[in-house]
Write a protein that binds this ligand. Structure first.
Ligand code: NDP
Length: 244
């Protein structure tokens, strides 16, 4: 995977799950990873562990719902390394519930993190990549971007949006900039911990029995980054083999 060595990769939501696993894997392959999330103690521990293995990492606190914070981490990467190769818009939340529970605050949180967060990543990174004349956005959607399941209407809506935004971005900037959508199926992580609705939590517990490790998704991200510049992997769906 020599195409990954030396690449500068900004990762949102790197404090656990898929983001953490991807940061570790890319650093092992020689990338400079710039990691952000809200839980600083997790980022610090991850950065220490990556450095202990000889990897290159910078970290900064990041709330993706705030454009100025996304701008700050992109500026940090650019100042430190002079350019940015990849922005991995990975941060996401999934407080599932039936619509009739009217958990409006949780709907808004999903919209803010899962949609606005991705848009903020694009807003902060696109001018830099346009100026450089190269770059890659990797946006994490879900199999929920292809089909809606019970208790997941709003979550799926946010992921359909991420898919639509990614395809629109590809059509508009695809000449210079690669756009990759990665859609995981059920994957081991802390994602289900934010579910406050009992019915949705029980459904999810059952559903998550067949989870695949976060490293499986990290491998697909590594694959998309490591392709030659003229090859743009547009969509990857990774599910547990046992999925229906
Ligand atoms: P985790 O809960 O383990 O990770 C989510 C990450 O997002 C954490 O690092 C969290 O960090 C971060 N995050 C949440 N809110 C914010 C915010 N406002 N600003 C910055 N970072 C934030 O779950 P996953 O690793 O599973 O989730 C990663 C992505 O994968 C998400 O987009 C999710 O929707 C998607 N996905 C996951 C699947 C699965 O089964 N695990 C299936 C399909 C898609 P912190 O709290 O420290 O800010």
């Amino acid at each position: 995977m020599s195409n990954v060595k030396g690449k500068v990769v900004v990762i949102t939501g790197a404090s656990s799950g898929i983001g953490e696993s991807t940061a570790r894997l890319l650093a092992q392959h020689g990338a400079h990873v710039v990691i952000g999330a809200r839980r600083m103690e997790r980022l610090e521990a991850l950065a220490s562990s990556i450095r202990l293995e000889g990897g290159s990492v910078e970290y900064h606190s990041l709330d993706v719902t705030r454009l100025e914070e996304m701008q700050t981490i992109v500026d940090l990467a650019q100042t430190r390394y002079g350019h940015i190769d990849v922005i991995l818009n990975n941060a996401g939340v999934m407080p599932l519930s039936p619509l009739e529970s009217l958990k409006v605050d949780e709907w808004n949180r999903m919209i803010d993190v899962n949609i606005r967060g991705v848009l903020h990543g694009i807003a902060a990174g696109l001018p830099v990549m346009k100026k450089q004349g190269f770059g890659q956005f990797i946006n994490i959607a879900s199999i929920g971007a292809y089909a809606v399941s019970p208790t997941a209407a709003v979550y799926c809506a946010t992921k359909y949006a991420v898919r639509a935004i990614s395809e629109g971005l590809r059509q508009e900037v695809g000449g210079d900039i690669r756009v990759t959508l990665v859609s995981p199926g059920v994957t081991e992580s802390e994602l289900a911990d934010t579910i406050s609705d009992e019915e949705a939590r029980d459904l999810m517990k059952e559903y998550r029995r067949i989870s695949i490790p976060a490293s499986a998704i990290a491998q697909s991200i590594l694959y998309a980054i490591s392709q030659p510049a003229e090859v743009d992997v547009n969509e990857i769906v990774v599910r547990p083999t046992a999925s229906m």
